[in-house]
Design a protein around this ligand. Structure first.
Ligand SMILES: *Cc1c(COP(=O)(O)O)cnc(C)c1O
Length: 341
């Protein structure tokens, strides 16, 4: 069935090995981030074969279903309403709220478990985290809790504010580490970010990275460059042509709103060869898919309109952006095809 999202497990393993091997000598552990492909078990296994040290995902549903002996890390600060599930299915949580930490402690004590905390610090990107300039007094509160352990600290950059990781902001994170250790808490993990930290040659004081996109799509995300000898097509999309026709490039009649309430604009190039493919906005962000041939003109919920020479029934291949992969993996209308040869 088409459309289908195809993943090549050999390429996932290869991309993972590139990252893991680059950092092994520097004693930097790697959390393999599985959220962009909804933690498909076979892909998780390929990452494990590639040498990752932890499985990390933002959704507790994904951590719940994944089978692994590696520690499971919840990346998104837990909702109060999911704490029970979190305590059951995560070993480590990234977290920034004392109230939630206390709730986790209570639930963990009921199950006689200990949950490891990675305290998130906001170094300026303005997504999650304790503000880096604020007092660290709350550490003393956490120390009194019996069923949680402060395992480490971390930061997330290049997500909301587009702030680049560098020596300055990661250096400040290491200063916070030292200040916490002065309070008598030994930190195992200083987690210095995501695929946008890979461009840095020096990561002094950092001993962990959380990597998703660089493994799935072979790209660092500070500049969007392909990583040397990594595959950018470990995941790709295939969609099928359901109509082929020569039609005008400029619509005929009075132009109002399109299916999504926008007033579209067009360039009149005369009659052009076109194709309709059976995939749409419900399955993918069409601005983040890159066809092997032809050119995308637009999309509605279920239809992708392309310019180019196609035949009815053609299967067209596309490379993917992060956002496109995320939505394709999530759409139940997209078949997931695992390749392993
Ligand atoms: C998604 C996520 C990551 C992984 O980001 P990539 O850019 O895919 O490497 C790391 N940390 C946190 C907290 C995340 O939410």
């Amino acid at each position: 069935m088409y459309p289908r999202l195809v993943v090549d497990l050999k390429k996932i393993k290869h991309n993972t090995e590139i990252i893991v091997n680059k950092y092994r000598d520097k004693n930097i552990s790697i959390m393999g981030v599985t959220k962009v492909f909804c933690a498909i078990q076979e892909v998780v296994d390929a990452m494990i074969d590639g040498g990752i040290d932890f499985i990390a995902d933002s959704r507790i549903q994904n951590l719940k279903k994944v089978k692994t002996n590696l520690p499971k890390v919840l990346l998104r600060c837990p909702m109060l309403s999911e704490v029970e599930e979190v305590v059951k299915y995560a070993d480590i949580v990234l977290i920034s709220e004392l109230v939630t930490i206390k709730r986790i402690n209570t639930e963990a004590s009921k199950l006689n478990k200990n949950i490891k905390l990675i305290l998130m610090f906001d170094m300026g990107d303005l997504r999650e985290g304790l503000w880096f300039e604020n007092s660290l007094d709350f550490i003393d509160d956490i120390k009194t809790l019996s069923n949680v352990t402060i395992y480490g600290i971390g930061t997330n950059l290049t997500c909301y504010g587009g702030i680049m990781p560098n020596e300055e902001n990661l250096g400040k994170l290491v200063v916070i580490k030292d200040a916490i250790e002065e309070k008598g808490v030994k930190l195992d993990i200083v987690s210095g970010g995501n695929s946008s930290s890979l461009y840095l040659d020096e990561l002094s004081g950092i001993n962990n990275l959380r990597i998703g996109e660089a493994i799935a799509l072979g790209r660092e995300t500070a500049y969007g460059n392909i990583i040397d000898s990594a595959y950018e097509d470990a995941f790709y999309l295939e969609a099928e042509v359901v109509e082929v026709a020569n039609k005008p490039s400029y619509p005929v009649g009075q132009i109002g709103m399109d299916a999504f309430g926008n007033v579209p604009t067009f360039i009149d190039k005369g009659i052009i060869p076109r194709a309709i493919l059976a995939i749409g906005k419900q399955d993918v962000d069409e601005t983040g898919i890159y066809p092997e041939k032809g050119q995308i003109l637009g999309a509605s919920s279920d239809h992708l309109i392309m310019e180019g020479e196609f035949k009815l029934g053609d299967i067209v291949k596309f490379n993917l952006s992060y956002g496109a992969l995320l939505r394709l993996a999530t759409s139940e209308y997209v078949t997931k095809e695992i390749e392993n040869d």
